[in-house]
Design a protein. Structure first.
Length: 267
């Protein structure tokens, strides 16, 4: 444990590294049983050729892309990219406004049409904005298993939205990312506001812990687990082609099989 006096003597590089590493270890250690339970459900869904949807607004959207079409990732991961305006780079002010509009949830779910028993991950650091919370509520009403990921500490101080619920109250599983209210992790002398967010780093850690356990379980019964490999690795283009052949008809965001080798780049 780093004391306040010690932290003042450290440079910022070490301060963030030590604090976020400690947070990662705590989050995983304290929720390991639930994480294994979620991974078991993920393995069950993938084995039956089901999908794992991921939704987030603002910077939480980054975590939906962490799962998508990348080396070491699974083909069952379906990020909810529509509507594009929810992404920060399409318009930061509009994105921030729309994450507070719960009515959008119905159209997004209709568009992606998740089926009963499939999975949806909803990322919302404050666990409070109206759209992510409404997305979780409506998905569960449709028989989808919902995993929420956010900060319980943040949720307890963030204002209640028009939905009248927080994310941890409306999901099947809630994984606490351990973050501080406001997300920024580090306090610095003579700086009013904290700096350096933790939700992205810890969220990616949670996902990859789940991913590893999911694939470990699938490997017991599946001959060819649908994991993508980097196109730069020997044998990967043919392997990825086979994965795409099986999964591009199920996952609306995967490129159709028949990619030229090396195109579409999984680094």
């Amino acid at each position: 444990m780093v004391t306040e006096q010690q932290s003042e003597k450290q440079d910022g590089v070490v301060q963030y590294l030590e604090k976020v590493t400690q947070l990662q270890r705590t989050v995983v250690a304290e929720q390991r049983g639930m994480l294994c339970e979620i991974a078991a459900k993920m393995a069950e869904v993938i084995a039956s050729e089901g999908r794992i949807f991921l939704f987030g607004t603002g910077h939480s959207h980054i975590l939906t892309e962490e799962a998508y079409f990348r080396a070491g990732g699974v083909a069952a991961a379906v990020p909810m990219f529509r509507p594009m305006i929810l992404m920060l780079h399409e318009g930061a002010r509009m994105s921030s406004h729309l994450e507070r509009v719960p009515e959008l949830a119905t159209g997004i779910l209709d568009d992606y049409a998740p089926e009963v028993g499939e999975l949806l991950f909803v990322y919302a650091d404050s666990a409070s904005n109206a759209l992510p919370v409404q997305m979780a509520i409506e998905a569960r009403e449709r028989g989808v298993v919902v995993v929420g990921i956010g900060s319980l500490k943040y949720a307890r101080v963030a204002p209640m939205s028009v939905v009248g619920k927080k994310l941890d109250e409306v999901v099947d599983y809630f994984v606490d990312n351990g973050g501080t209210p406001g997300d920024a992790l580090i306090e610095l002398p003579d700086v009013r506001w904290r700096v350096a967010a933790s939700s992205t780093v810890v969220g990616a850690t949670i996902w990859n812990c789940l991913l590893t356990e999911t694939v470990r379980r699938l490997a017991r019964t599946m001959e060819d687990v649908p994991v993508f490999a980097s196109f730069n690795m020997e044998g990967a283009p043919d392997h990825n082609e086979d994965v795409l052949r099986r999964w591009s008809r199920i996952n609306p965001h995967l490129p159709a099989h028949g990619l030229e080798k090396g195109v579409g780049e999984l680094d």
